[in-house]
Design a protein around this ligand. Sequence first.
Ligand code: AHR
Length: 482
Amino acid sequence: MAVAHLTLDPAFVIAPVDRRLFGSFVEHMGRCVYTGIFEPGHPAADDDGLRGDVLELVRELGVSTVRYPGGNFVSGYRWEDGVGPRGDRPRRLDLAWRALESNAFGLNEFMRWAALAGAEPMMAVNLGTRGVEAAAELVEYCNLPDGTAAADLRRKHGVARPHDVRLWCLGNEMDGPWQIGSLTAREYGRLAARAGHAMRRVDPSIELVACGSSNSGMPTFGAWEATVLEEAYDQVDYISLHTYYDPEKHDEASFRASAVDLDGFIDDVVATADHVRAKLRRSKRIKLSLDEWNVWYQSRFTEPEDRDIEELPALIEDDYDETDAMVVGNLLISMLRHADRLAIGCQAQLVNVIAPIRTEPGGRAWRQTIFHPFAHTARLARGTVLRPALTAPAMTTGRYGEVPAVDAVATHDEQTGDLTVFVVNRGTEPVPLDLDLRAFPRHRLARHHTLTGETSPAAAPGSQILLPPVSWHALCLTPEES
Ligand code: AHR
């Protein structure tokens, strides 16, 4: 049996672990909000309709940051519709998903929910049907204490303290022909720069994310990022990446090796952003925000045009298996490996819509398989990310050729001394893993988490750990008392 060897050294530092990598996404889409996080009258809901059973799972998942309110939804959304007395809120046709939007849940409900979830809000502004003025007024509503029309409106709505939102997305997937109000790269770059400029006049401390390509398969990928950054480099802090992996689109081995694609995608966007930096002779480096990523059985998706208008369509409620969970765990490994430039990650989405958490209206809430690698990684990745030296047997894929069957990354908490190694075997053969810990001579394997639970480590120091086919692992190593 071919063996994998993994060597760890505290000197192989990539970057500190940024908690914002463990973000998620709540969009007004399908049943993510309504009957997902918000369901007045549900036995577990509070007086505002926020489901306590879902909040408990969200806290267990460990999400740090939640993007809201879209997604494609934001490109036709008037944020003013979702604030103020519920009885006065309009019922609208959501153009993105051709769904009826009651506006019973809006900005202030989301902020209260995010606080209860212990998550930082990340707001998106509408640059599809709206623009500079509405974006700046939204920042004013959220972040100014009082004394201006929008801030005083928030106070009138019963929210005295500003929400103090740091992270703002300048639109969503503005290159996509499906996007309401899609633009060319030049048009979008200019609009993003103007909107960002005005938003920063309201609150200079906010951080801004420009839209990158909707995915790396877009015909304008690369050129889009370069043009947008040429126009908006000085205004923005991040460029976004979106990527979804469809288990049914390519051969199965390629799906299992999806993280190879994510590695290349991130590297390409870093190279493009740095190319623009050189061209503009700037010192600032643009960071990356992977603010939509997940496994999505996209080939099963029915386009909005082909559906009837409904109030609560059950959209893309994918059921996940263990292979999907391994892929999600591997994507998180890839994200940690790029922690020197990738600062934000939002798994899309949080509840019901391609989500780790599912709910029944009026009934229970439960964890999907993809919940587990996310929750473990968010909880265990602490301190700094270490790059392991890894040799592994190869596997053959249709899209990427020969790739290593085993992939891994590690984190090292300098304060506690704890080391965690996140490993996947994405091949179909079992692989014994040799851990070389010569730089950590006092560390012993204390816990071994898998997708199906926690096992007591059978491994004595220096022995091998068997990685079954298509499996995800978190190996927790702690220093022995001397
Ligand atoms: O997450 C579902 C949708 O996928 C989002 O609304 C959109 O941004 C992306 O295309």
